[in-house]
Design a protein around this ligand. Structure first.
Ligand SMILES: [Zn+2]
Length: 302
């Protein structure tokens, strides 16, 4: 009876399901297809996100015939320059995984196969919005114990630092993300510095974070394009800042859009833990590198 009600997506039973399981979980019910260009490669790709019986996230390079499976776990991360890239032992690589992973993790979908016809996840509008809009129509909550993700409890503080910031896990009954951001000092004193707090179990990823776009400084974007990177970047998929001014014609979607995007990125990077981290994430000026180092430090501390 309860199972039937949960399957009918009754919102009344969602909190009950969450209470019983401790975490709230959805599974995909059908394949979702996305098309777009990679922000760094500029290559047009097709991506299919499907239900998976395998634990966690599995990436498949459908344009490669053999040894094309890449497990979506932190120890397969081989580059954190501008985005997070994964690679298997045979050298098959997949870049910019963080926005689709943030969408899946933010929607509490912990098992999925992500098949892609090229080396980079499509950038779409620079956020997770389009992924969430499609995925939420193709998922359902599941019953206790079904394909449950592993839960990793944070029992003591674990912290990693960079020259401009830090990231840490702290023991907590909640699963929260708390980010303070001033773009390594570049945004100090501008309206864009600030903080954002997100509770993964109780706040809505869809309404609070999913549409926050990636961003960069105009001078950096020019340098990256000269280096052959950011080939697919444009004002359609990236917020560009020049002399503390937003160059995009329609401006920002919210004044703290860039901080929200930092939270989105952190969720996507932490999704590579291979399950669920039970604890709070706190960071000052985080980036893909710090997030990956934090996962390494946490698992080393167990
Ligand atoms: Zn991002």
């Amino acid at each position: 009876m309860l199972q039937t009600l949960i399957d009918s997506k009754s919102s009344v039973f969602k909190p009950l399901l969450s209470k019983i399981r401790g975490v709230h979980q959805n599974i995909l019910t059908k394949e979702c297809v996305f098309r777009g260009v990679g922000v760094h490669s500029g290559e047009e790709v097709e991506m299919k996100v499907s239900p998976s019986l395998k634990e966690g996230y599995t990436f498949i390079r459908s344009d490669i015939c053999e040894n094309n499976e890449i497990d979506g776990v932190f120890f397969n991360v081989t580059s954190t320059m501008m985005s997070t890239a994964l690679e298997n032992t045979w050298g098959a690589q997949i870049k910019t995984v963080e926005h689709i992973l943030a969408a899946l993790y933010g929607l509490h979908i912990y098992n999925a196969e992500i098949s892609i016809s090229g080396p980079e996840i499509p950038i779409m509008d620079g956020s997770s919005f389009e992924f969430v809009e499609v995925l939420k129509k193709c998922m359902k909550p599941v019953w206790l114990g079904y394909a449950s993700p592993k839960i990793f409890k944070v029992t003591k503080p674990v912290r990693v630092e960079s020259k401009t910031g830090y990231a840490e896990f702290l023991p907590s009954k909640k699963r929260t993300f708390d980010v303070l951001f001033d773009f390594a000092g570049n945004f100090s004193g501008t309206p864009y510095e600030g903080s954002f707090y997100f509770d993964l179990e109780n706040d809505s990823f869809e309404s609070l974070l999913s549409d926050a776009r990636t961003f960069g400084l105009y001078d950096d974007a020019k340098k990256l394009q000269d280096m052959g990177l950011a080939k697919g970047a444009s004002l359609k998929n990236t917020v560009i800042i020049k002399d503390s001014n937003v160059m995009n014609e329609d401006g920002l979607r919210s004044q703290d859009e860039m901080i929200r995007h930092k939270v989105l990125d952190a969720i996507g990077d932490i999704a590579l833990c291979g399950g669920i981290i039970q604890g709070s994430y706190k960071a000052y000026n985080p980036g893909h590198d710090l997030n990956n180092k934090l996962l390494h430090a946490y698992f080393k501390s167990l």
